[in-house]
Design a protein around this ligand. Sequence first.
Ligand code: ADP
Length: 279
Amino acid sequence: MLQDPMLQVSRLAKTYGFGADATHAVGDISFEVARSEFVCIVGPSGCGKTTLLKMLCGLLAPTSGEITLGGRRVTEPPEEMALVFQDYSRSLYPWMRVGENIAFPLLRQRGLSRADRRERVRQAVEAVGLTGFIDGYPWQLSGGMQQRVAIARGLAYQPQILLMDEPFASVDAQTRADLEDLLLRVRHEYGVTVLFVTHDIDESVYLADRVVVLTPRPTEVQEVLEIELPRPRNQVTTKELPEFARLRAHVYRAIKRPERAPEDVSGNASEKAASAPVL
Ligand code: ADP
C-alpha cells in the first residue's frame, strides 16, 4: 500500500453482457497511483485497457469493485481529472483557435477569473513550445503539434491526475520521442500525477516510475515493476543502460507469456500483484 495514494483501484471487474454471451473484459484489477507519480499501464491488445480507462474516468460503471480519486469514489467523470486521447484530430475543436481550445475546459472551473484563465493558457502554451501558434487553428498544425495542444489543454486545467490513452500512437517515431521528452519535462514542471496507458513496452519503461503489466483478458494485474532508471531520462543514454534493456526484456516476456488456462483466471488479483516479483 502506498502512503498517500491519489488514485486507488480496488478489485475492479467488468463483464459485458450476460450468461452464455458474457465477455469478461476486466477480471480483477487493483493498483494505486501516488501523488506526482508517473504510472504506465501496459498490456496486450484486446486485454481490456479501453474498458479500464472508461471506468477510471467515470464513463462506464464497473460490474464490481471501486475507484477512488483523492479519497472520493468515482461514479461520474471527476472534475479533478484531465484526459488526453490518441486521436488528437477528434479531441480538438477545429473551429476554435489553439488558445481557445486550451481555455475551453477552464470555463468549468468556478472561481477562475478571465485573467487567471489567460495566464494558465499562456503558461501551458509556452510549456509545450507553441507560443507562436496560440492564435492558429488546429488544422494549420502538424499531428505532433496538435497533440502538444491537447497536452497543453490538460496541463492548463491543472488536474489532480492526467490520464493519457496511447497519446503518441498516431505520430511518427521522431515526433513520438520528442513528445515523450516534452511530457516528462512538463510533468516535472507542473508536478502532475500521470496515468499513461500504452501497448508500447519501450515507451512504458522509458517514461514511468512504475509499470503495471496487465494479463490477457479477463484482465488482472500480472506484475508491478519499479523503474529505477535515473532522471532526467534521455532517449539515447537512458536506452543504452543495461537496466533499461533488462526491464524492457522483462516486460516483453511477461506480455508474450502464453494465455493462461481458464481455470487459472479466477482468484484475487491484488494478492497476485502483491506476491508478483517487483524488480
Ligand atoms: P483493449 O483496449 O485492450 O484493446 P477493450 O477494453 O477494447 O480492450 O476490450 C476488451 C474486451 O471486451 C474485448 O474482447 C472486447 O471485444 C470486449 N468489449 C469491449 N467493449 C464491449 C462492449 N461494449 N460490449 C461487449 N464487449 C465489449
